[in-house]
Design a protein around this ligand. Structure first.
Ligand SMILES: Cc1cc2nc3c(=O)[nH]c(=O)nc-3n(C[C@H](O)[C@H](O)[C@H](O)COP(=O)(O)O)c2cc1C
Ligand code: SF4
Length: 430
């Protein structure tokens, strides 16, 4: 479901109107005015505006977009590329899908502004394979732009500006959302992340200088150019400006997407989703998709921005809020999470390949009532061995939620050991 337009939102304001996904419908609501303004500016001035807006990447790492745009080599004989990350592989995250389906021209306009700002000649939009409607809507929107001469050589009425956009459908692996795994997959290879450096701005897709940004990141850009940096900074916090589409799922009455400024209290977002289902008590919340440390119910007052969440030991990630009520067994949660990461590890790094396997083995043993003395200590030590030493951040992402569970819900783990069963009732086989 989509939240009704409110003064605290702009991205999704017209998403309920189907026509907004078409070029004429988008233009009728002021679309492509940001691009028009951008094409009248020097590329460096656009990069500066996006940098001073403070827009941070919405793909999970929160890197400042304008700074990343500045990494692209200015003088380069090689063709420069943009890759728009629409893989949205993070469990609990479903915002990019809605943006691509309901506002494809927002994404395309943001890409074209980025293309002029960075001198990029081609964009690949990597769309999650299951998102058929997203890919169809983007392809239709791209064709509309081609038909109007807004793509191709000397496009959008600007001589010397050439750009084309290609939609690439992914094939379903979580790791293809990691930017260099994505680049490998785009090139037709196995989706295995690359060692960095070199970073994509030096050696990206097909060895060419490439900037990778998330779908939502691009969707904010037209608003910054059209309405201005100060207007954009009027939403959110000093270090995390703008809004985002928070996805609220799990044990709530009305799961859905809610566009609110960054920094909105977690409890307010859960209330927007109708509160915890059946009037039950809240037990824990994953605030940023599956990969981020799970918080206890006492953290409902935390602001949903990176700074506030990291002060409580978690992260914003993709803003996918997963709610768990009092009936939830947190050992079972650890089982499900570690199963997912064990299955999705690409296997290149020992710490990740073996660590995810052990996290799953131990949490499953404890959940099944077969836990042994010392299991909890090993489970507590494992995440530390998996952090910050692998090719990509997947290993950290697998370790963090287990760390959060042990920090805040150790009682759940401890009660399984003497009882030799799950105190929450029937378990399940994985
Ligand atoms: C395991 C893993 C999975 C990721 N999945 C996604 C994804 O599905 N979509 C996405 O935009 N970024 C994903 N990222 C982050 C990307 O690597 C990259 O930081 C992002 O696309 C850059 O865009 P942004 O700066 O606009 O956020 C993932 C990262 C990791 C480590
Ligand atoms: S951390 Fe895991 S997913 Fe990332 S490259 Fe290493 S093995 Fe692959």
């Amino acid at each position: 479901m989509i939240e009704a337009p409110a003064t605290t939102s702009y991205l999704s304001e017209h998403y309920a109107d189907e026509a907004y996904a078409t070029l004429s419908g988008y233009e009728a609501k002021g679309g492509y005015q940001g691009l028009e303004k951008a094409l009248g500016m020097e590329p460096a001035a656009i990069r500066e505006a996006v940098k001073s807006s403070g827009l941070r990447g919405r793909g999970g790492a929160g890197f400042v977009a304008g700074v990343k745009w500045g990494f692209m080599p200015e003088q380069s004989d090689a063709m420069k590329l943009i890759v728009c990350n629409g893989d949205e592989s993070e469990p609990g995250s479903f915002k990019d899908r809605l943006i691509m389906e309901r506002g494809p021209h927002q994404v395309l306009e943001g890409i074209l502004i980025g293309a002029w700002a960075m001198g990029a000649e081609r964009t690949y939009i990597y769309v999650r394979g299951e998102y058929a409607l997203s890919a169809d809507r983007l392809e239709r929107a791209i064709q509309e732009l081609r038909d109007k001469g807004k793509l191709g050589r000397d496009c959008s009425g600007k001589s010397g500006f050439s750009h084309d956009i290609i939609v690439h459908r992914g094939a379903g692996a979580y790791i293809c959302g990691e930017e260099t795994g994505l680049l490998e997959s785009l090139e037709g290879k196995k989706g295995q992340p690359r060692s960095k450096p070199p970073f994509p701005a030096q050696y990206g897709a097909f060895g060419l200088p490439t900037t990778v940004n998330n779908v939502e990141t691009f969707a904010h850009v037209p608003f910054i150019l059209d309405r201005g940096v100060d207007w954009f900074r009027g939403f959110g916090t000093e270090k995390s400006p703008g809004t985002t589409l928070f996805g609220v799922s799990g044990h709530v009455e009305r799961p859905g997407l809610f566009e609110k400024p960054l920094g909105t209290p977690l409890g307010e977002l859960i209330e927007l989703a109708g509160g915890v289902r059946g009037g039950r008590a809240l037990k824990g919340v994953g605030p940023g998709g599956l990969s981020m440390p799970i918080l206890p119910s006492s953290d409902l007052d935390v602001g949903m921005d990176e700074e506030s969440l990291s002060a409580r030991g978690s992260h914003l990630g993709t803003g996918g809020i997963m709610v768990m009520d009092e009936t939830t067994c947190m050992v079972r949660v650890a089982c499900v999470i570690s199963y997912f990461f064990r299955e999705e590890s690409c296997g290149q790094c020992t710490q990740c390949r073996e660590g995810t396997g052990w996290l799953h083995k131990l949490s499953r043993r404890i959940e099944g009532g077969r836990g042994q003395p010392g299991d909890l200590e090993v489970l507590g030590r494992l995440p530390k061995m998996m952090e910050a030493q692998t090719i990509c951040a997947f290993s950290d992402a697998a370790a963090w939620p287990i760390q959060g569970l042990l920090r805040h819900f150790r009682d759940d783990f401890e009660s399984h050991l003497p009882e030799k069963s799950c105190p929450f009732g029937e378990g399940f086989e994985l």
